[in-house]
Structures are given as structure tokens and as C-alpha cells.
Design a protein. Structure first.
Length: 650
């Protein structure tokens, strides 16, 4: 009898007793799971062909989730819509181990495994392979990214360090956002959303699919009155273009460009209420050349531009900021398959970050970082049941020299649909410009220095993380259930943290703290029918740190739980509900926030006639109208509701 294993790799089981012995081991180790899957040995062959989600980011290779070297969460289009989220950070609440905090409507932070404050410097975020963190301070401008949530196809969250394939900033985790191809969005698409708290969003998209050239243009405007206790009203306008050009059967060009403009109120703790203007723009070009079904050559280059303008005057202080930052990145990647059992991807790249910011560096001279990188990631099928993933990234950085970031993983399919994974990874985080060279002074109207806010002495070393992960990925086809368990320990040294100089009182940065993070994460997907899905997660996390320069030990919730359930009726009505719970925690540099729970609802009606799709939905967040603070105790959010209508003419 033949029992097909995952990834269409068949293995012949000639001795039923051997199979039953393995099943007995599973029952002994995990009786609750064996009870749920007690008929495993008698399933038909077709049951083993149930689809397992494909992930693209962990090893830069297309892999089923149970062969990924690192635990990965996938948020697909159905989950995005069912959540009712209006921005990307809201979606990250569905990820085990991920904490999200809103300082105000303009400033949002998200961190995996803690260690963060208002600036999430230890996360890598990519949009279609383009890194988007700010090169000056390392923050992620979530609210002003040049992307529209309606264009997102899926989000892959790599839950662990993976500098071996993603380099700088892939320290605690990676968020990889994938947008849809132009041909998937042909026709006219329009969406209007209005709700409480001054929520007003309008999205318009046009897409064309041709014989060789597909393209689409998306425009969006968004307004929000922000938090009731803080002056933070904002208006954001975005425009994004994408074109997919098929030069030949083997060659494709993908051209993308976008711009996002934010204008909003800003204040505190030093400044009066004033207008903040931020612009993010990008241009990106990819060339894909497929030499065979499994071999591909890819070249990518992109340019990010980031500008900030704000000025105010109070109590004799004058602040006039005009910041400009640019990132240029070039990368070549080659994927090679050696038969059916071995694959590797290798490549090299160069990145340059430059900025002119007299407020942050007290000089008109441009600041610059150069990064050279080379990487290789390989997958080998050692036996019919064992998959080995290895990889290493070599980076040369302007500040700290050369880093070597290795990763290795062993995935053992000990039964059909049941896999154990163990992996080890080392990653580094290099200091950003402000940490290494920052110098910020406040002056009066005559140009005299009144006080120095921060003055970096430089000479910082990189932060280092060594991570060990043991995981289990299993599917019970008869029960329509998938379970993903991860147990881990992260050891981090040379943590960079700000401190106040005892003499000058200016803020400086140094490597002094360490942290041990350990815990467990659980992710369960239950899909009894095509129209019904229940997705739940739980994480338990402990952070232990020296805490010499900050409250690192309190920066992650010990317990975190999320649940998203959705069901669509045959008449086109869909209902979904989400529940989120976070135990108490404290972001770096902020006051402690209490534990909170929140319930969201969404009810939608879908229509289809001729070549037109439409829907109308109502979303209610924080249904119980609790006062919830997820970053600062004084910044609370009550119940919010909005109505959204969409029409798509194909």
C-alpha cells in the first residue's frame, strides 16, 4: 500500500505493523491528538492529499508549512476580510506571540517576543520583497506605508529570527506582505467606509489584463479623528501602480511604484499641538527568468524615499525639522533544483541608506550606511521522511563589520500528516543611524542651544540572538483540523538601549543588557466545511533580562489568546467574530498597561450579478465597549463601528 506523504513525496509502507507501531508512539506521546485521529491508519489515500498551506518566505523557496525551517503564520485574504481590520497592525493581533500597541492614530508599534517600545527596531517587514523600516531610527511607519489593505493577498509572519535568508533586522521575526498580481484585479473596484471616531475611507482601483501586459492603479484616502484623549486627527492619501509584463514564456518584468502622504496633528511630551507631514514613496523593478520548472533567476532593485516635515515653537524653544532619507537596494537571486530531492537558492545584494536630518544629527552632512550581503539557503530530502534546511547570510555593515548568520532545521515526517521540526538560528541586529551617530539639540529663536535631548557616543556592537525551536505540525484530515505547536528559547546579548548620561542628562546608547526568552505557542485551524473556519492561537512567554537600562522583562504579555471564526451561508451572508486577550505588560519607556480582552463582530452580505460583485458589511470593534489601552494607560479606545460598501465591475 502507498501512503503519499506531504509535498507529494510518496513512501511505500510494506509492513502495516511498522505503521501501527509508529501510531502507538504518537498515541503515547500525545493521547489527546491520537483520540481525535484514532482512525488515522485506516484513512483513504485521498485524505492524505488535503492541501497544506504553502509558504514562500522562510527559506526563499516554495515549501509546505510543515517543511518550513521556522514556524510561520499565514493570514490569507479570507482572514483579512473576516477580521474587519482597517490597517495591517490590527491583523497582527492574530499572530501568537505578537503584541500590538497604538500610542495614537499616527504611531503604532508591533513586536514579536517583546523587547520593544514605540520603535520596533527588531522586526523585519517586507512588501513584495522590499524592506520598509525607517533607516534613521529603525521604526516601522505602519500608518503611512504605500500599500492598500485591499490589495494584499496574504501575509506571512515568520515567527523567529531568520537573518540567514533576510539579513538586517530579521532579528525577532519577519513580516512578509504579498500583494496580488495585476491580472487578479482587472476591472473597476470601489470601496467606501464610514464610521464612528471620524473613520472615513475611500478606495478606487482599476485593473487591466492583456495578452502580454497587465496593470492596475489603486488610490485611497483615509481620515480618522484618532483618540479622544489626544489631538491626533489624520488624513492619509495613497496611490500605487503595478504592472506585470510577460516578455517571453520565460521572462517576466514586474514594475511597481507608490506614494503615501500623511498629514496629522502631533504633540507631546515636549511640543505643542502642531501639524506633522510624512511622505513615503517607492519604485521597484523585478526581472524573473525561469530556465525550467524548478530553476529561476531573479533580479530586484528598489528605491524607498522617506520625508518628514514639522515645526513648532514654545517656551523659547524652536523646532524645525525637514528630514529626507533614501534607501537603494539591489539583489540577485538564483534558485536551482538538483533532481526532486535537493534545492538551493543563493544570491548577493547591496543596500545603501542615506539621510539628511539636522534635527537628529546636528549637521547638514549626509549620514550613510552601506551593507553588502551574500546568502545561500538549501533544502535536502535526506530520506523519504526527513527534510534538512540549512542557510547562512554573510553581511558587511558600515558600523560593525562582518556578520555570519547561520540557520539549520530538521523536519521529520514521522507519520503521514504529522511532522516534528527542530531548528537553530543565529541573527544579528546592527545599530541604526540614531543609535550610532544621533545628536539632537533644542535651540531658542537666536540659535542658541537650550538643552541636548540625545547625543550618541558611537562605537556600538551588534545585538546577537541564538534561537532554538522545537515544533510539531499535524493534520487530522477526518477532523478537518491543523495544529502547529512551537516551544522555543531565545538567548539575546548586547541589547542596545538608551540611557541618560549622569552629567549632561543627554540620552546616549550602549550595549549592556541581555535577555532570555522562552515559551510555547499554539496555532489551531479548524475548517469543517469550505464556508466555515475557526482559527485560534495561544502563546505563553517569559522574558528574563538584566534590566540595567530598561524594563525588558515586562515587554511581552505572559499570556496571549486570539480567536477568529467565520461562516458564510449559501445566500451570501457571512458572519465573523474575533476575540483577543492580552495579559498585562509594559512597553519600553512607557507605563504598565493592564490586561484586556476585546470582541469584534462583522456581518456582511455578498451579491453577484452578471460580471459584477458587490458587498455591504458592518463592523463593530470592542463590542462590549470596554476602555482598552494597549500601549499607554491614558490612551484608551472605546467601541468603534463602521459601515463599508464595495462594488467590483469586471
Amino acid at each position: 500500500m502507498v501512503y503519499p506523504l506531504i509535498n507529494n513525496r510518496p513512501t511505500e509502507i510494506t509492513h502495516v505493523s511498522k505503521f501501527n507501531n509508529l501510531l502507538g508512539v504518537l498515541c503515547f506521546l500525545m493521547p489527546f491528538w491520537c483520540h481525535a485521529d484514532k482512525n488515522l491508519a485506516f484513512l483513504s489515500e485521498d485524505d492524505f492529499f488535503d492541501e497544506i498551506p504553502i509558504v514562500l518566505s522562510p527559506a526563499r523557496l516554495e515549501q509546505p508549512a510543515n517543511e518550513s525551517p521556522i514556524a510561520t503564520t499565514v493570514i490569507d485574504r479570507a482572514m483579512i476580510e473576516a477580521s474587519g481590520a482597517t490597517d495591517i497592525p490590527e491583523l497582527l493581533r492574530l499572530v501568537p506571540g505578537m503584541a500590538v500597541g497604538y500610542q495614537d492614530d499616527l504611531s503604532v508599534t508591533a513586536s514579536y517576543h517583546g523587547l520593544s517600545g514605540g520603535y520596533s527596531r527588531r522586526m523585519q517587514v517586507q512588501i513584495d520583497g522590499r524592506t520598509v523600516y525607517d533607516p534613521i531610527a529603525g521604526l516601522l511607519p505602519w500608518q503611512n506605508l504605500a500599500i492598500v489593505i485591499d490589495d494584499i493577498e496574504r501575509i506571512e509572519i515568520i515567527r523567529g529570527p531568520n537573518a540567514a535568508t533576510h539579513g538586517a533586522n530579521a532579528f525577532l521575526g519577519i513580516i512578509s506582505i504579498k500583494t496580488r498580481q495585476s491580472s487578479s484585479d482587472k476591472g473597476i473596484y470601489a470601496n467606501i467606509s464610514h464610521g464612528t471616531n471620524g473613520i472615513r475611507k475611500r478606495t478606487l482601483r482599476y485593473g487591466h489584463a492583456g495578452d502580454r501586459v497587465d496593470y492596475k492603479v489603486t488610490m485611497e484616502s483615509r481620515e480618522n479623528d484618532g483618540f479622544a484623549s489626544i489631538p491626533d486627527t489624520s488624513e492619509i492619501k495613497r496611490a500605487i501602480f503595478r504592472s506585470d509584463i510577460r516578455l517571453t514564456n520565460s521572462d517576466t518584468i514586474i514594475a511597481q511604484a507608490g506614494i503615501s502622504n500623511l498629514e496629522g496633528e502631533n504633540c507631546c511630551p515636549f511640543s505643542p499641538v502642531h501639524i506633522l507631514k510624512v511622505e513615503n514613496s517607492f519604485q521597484q523593478l523585478k526581472w524573473l527568468h525561469k530556465t525550467s520548472n524548478n530553476n529561476e533567476l531573479r533580479f530586484q532593485m528598489f528605491h524607498n524615499s522617506f520625508t518628514v516635515t514639522e515645526d513648532w515653537e514654545t517656551r523659547g524653544l524652536v523646532y524645525d525639522r525637514d528630514t529626507k532619507a533614501d534607501r537603494y537596494d539591489f539583489e540577485l537571486q538564483h534558485t536551482i533544483a538538483f533532481g526532486l530531492k535537493h534545492r538551493l537558492v543563493w544570491g548577493a545584494g547591496y543596500r545603501q541608506d542615506t539621510t539628511s536630518d539636522i534635527i537628529s544629527f546636528n549637521t547638514t552632512e549626509k549620514q550613510k550606511i552601506d551593507i553588502y550581503r551574500g546568502f545561500i539557503s538549501a533544502e535536502s530530502q535526506l530520506t523519504q521522511n526527513i527534510i534538512l534546511n540549512t542557510g547562512v547570510m554573510i553581511e558587511k555593515h558600515s558600523f560593525v563589520g562582518t556578520d555570519y548568520s547561520p540557520r539549520t532545521s530538521l523536519n521529520y515526517h514521522f507519520l503521514p500528516n504529522h511532522t516534528f521540526r527542530t531548528s537553530y538560528s543565529r541573527a544579528f541586529r546592527n545599530p541604526v543611524l540614531v543609535e550610532e551617530k544621533g545628536s539632537s539639540t533644542f535651540k531658542d529663536a537666536d540659535g542658541n542651544v537650550v538643552f541636548t535631548l540625545f547625543d550618541a557616543s558611537g562605537g556600538l556592537d551588534h545585538e546577537q540572538i541564538d534561537s532554538l525551536e522545537v515544533g510539531y505540525y499535524g493534520r487530522a484530515p477526518k477532523q478537518k483540523t491543523t495544529i502547529d505547536i512551537k516551544v522555543y528559547r531565545d538567548n539575546i546579548t548586547n541589547l542596545i538601549r538608551s540611557f541618560s548620561d549622569p552629567v549632561t542628562r543627554a540620552i546616549d546608547f550602549r550595549n549592556r543588557d541581555w535577555a532570555d526568552i522562552y515559551g510555547a505557542e499554539l496555532q489551531i485551524v479548524y475548517q469543517p466545511k469550505l464556508r466555515t473556519r475557526i482559527y485560534s492561537t495561544y502563546s505563553y512567554e517569559i522574558v528574563k533580562s538584566s534590566d540595567l537600562d530598561g524594563n525588558f522583562s515586562d515587554t511581552a504579555p505572559t499570556h496571549k489568546f486570539s480567536l477568529l471564526a467565520l461562516h458564510r451561508l449559501s445566500n451570501g451572508i457571512e458572519g465573523s467574530a474575533a476575540y483577543y486577550y492580552n495579559s498585562d505588560m509594559q512597553w519600553l519607556g512607557s507605563d504598565p498597561v493592564d490586561s484586556y480582552s476585546r470582541i469584534d463582530f462583522r456581518l456582511a452580505k455578498y451579491f453577484h450579478f452578471n460580471k459584477t460583485d458587490a458587498d455591504i458589511a458592518i463592523v463593530v470593534q470592542n463590542v462590549l465597549d470596554k476602555k482598552i489601552a494597549d500601549f499607554d494607560p491614558d490612551s484608551t479606545v472605546n467601541r468603534r463601528a463602521y459601515l463599508t460598501a464595495t462594488v467590483h465591475f469586471q
